[in-house]
Design a protein around this ligand. Structure first.
Ligand code: GDP
Ligand code: MG
Length: 347
């Protein structure tokens, strides 16, 4: 292959020169206006055409002509390829911080797509894949390491206060936990911070009857200390709260119990919500005061990547997951294996 440049006053003229010199089989590689005038001014009438012809063709090329300079085609192409490769490498490095997926190797692209499809945050997915090999088991292993599962230990010891937005499942989940503790022969104490909802007190009374445990209904957090300190030694205390003011309840707890609240504070997150919406609810309150989280409505969720995102973003251990509305059955303390399986799409 020989490559040659030709200059004509117009593209047509340059083409004619190409044809004349290289023959009808010449291939035009590129054309451009060239600076031919004095002081580098572009003379629009001058066009430079780069043309190529296979070496095997018997074409006579007059290298002494001023229209172009003959050079070794292969060398030129190799030089070009090297240049392009360098440029690509440079571009890749430049784009890496902006397009982080470039960090995912070809072998892990499938796992990356799987995680993102399940709703795992893209950045988290990249970091997870950097920490694992290109197998699902290895990926699940990396996920498991990040999940902290606490279980019911704090509920069994001193009890829990359930916090979270309205409708997340506080009353339902508290009932399930109350049943679980009652099964373990714990002397449960129920407290309800009245949410003024019709039927709410009646519901709590029914629950206290079912599991044969005392119930106190109070209006304010300021009523809590005397009950909490009196009942604490007898068994775990479970406190239900109204959803719409969980931020204020936490602030009151901080003021009213300056030396520390004796019960663990569990924040419930609806697993069927997307990560951003759930995070917004979480960030509305003084999150430093929250000890653990619980996911509800797993049965309503279509993907579980948000369980991983929110475990990391809240950096709180998980107490339990609620898997349906039925009391007392739909609650479980998941193993890391079970959760990791859900997160990668139930495989
Ligand atoms: N499908 C499903 N529904 C649930 C779950 N937990 C609670 N619910 C339902 O969600 C609604 C609100 O629950 P509730 O406990 O009153 O929420 P609260 O306002 O936070 O106390 C009720 O209809 C519950 O039956 C769950 O895990 N799955
Ligand atoms: Mg409620």
């Amino acid at each position: 292959m020989k490559i040659k440049k030709f200059v004509g006053r117009s593209f047509k003229e340059a083409l004619e020169i190409v044809k004349k010199e290289l023959g009808p089989d010449a291939i035009i590689l590129s054309s451009k206006s060239v600076k031919t005038g004095p002081f580098g001014i572009v003379n629009k009438d001058a066009v430079e055409v780069t043309a190529a012809i296979d070496d095997s063709e018997s074409v006579s090329v007059d290298i002494s002509k001023p229209t172009g300079e003959v050079f070794s085609g292969v060398e030129e192409i190799l030089k070009e390829i090297r240049g392009l490769r360098d440029e690509m490498g440079f571009l890749k490095e430049t784009l890496r911080p902006i397009v982080p997926t470039l960090r995912i190797g070809k072998d892990k692209k499938g796992l990356f797509n799987l995680l993102v499809k399940q709703g795992v945050d893209t950045q988290f997915a990249i970091i997870l894949l950097e920490r694992s090999h290109d197998s699902l088991d290895s990926l699940k292993g990396a996920i498991k390491k990040d999940l902290k599962i606490q279980g019911m230990s704090s509920a069994e010891e001193s009890g829990l206060i359930f916090l979270g937005p309205p409708g997340v499942g506080k009353t339902t989940t508290m009932s399930k936990v109350a049943h679980l503790l009652a099964l373990k022969k714990k002397q449960v104490n129920l407290i309800s911070l009245d949410d003024n909802r019709i039927g709410s007190i009646a519901y709590m009374k029914e629950l206290s009857k079912q599991i044969k445990c005392p119930l106190k209904v109070i209006r304010n957090v300021s009523d809590l200390p005397k009950i909490v300190y009196r009942e604490m030694g007898r068994g775990p205390i479970l406190i239900d709260t109204p959803g719409y003011e969980y931020k204020e309840i936490l602030e009151d707890i901080k003021d009213i119990f300056p030396s520390g609240f004796p019960m663990k504070k569990c924040f419930l997150i609806d697993a069927s919500m997307d990560t951003q919406a759930a995070l917004k609810a979480w960030q509305r309150c003084n999150t430093e005061m929250i000890d653990s989280i619980g996911f509800t409505k797993l049965d309503m969720a279509t993907q579980y990547g948000n369980l991983y995102n929110l475990s990391l973003l809240t950096s709180r251990p998980l107490s339990f997951v609620a898997t349906g509305p039925d009391i007392p059955d739909d609650i479980r303390i998941p193993t890391p294996e079970f959760l990791a399986g859900l997160i990668v799409g139930g495989v």
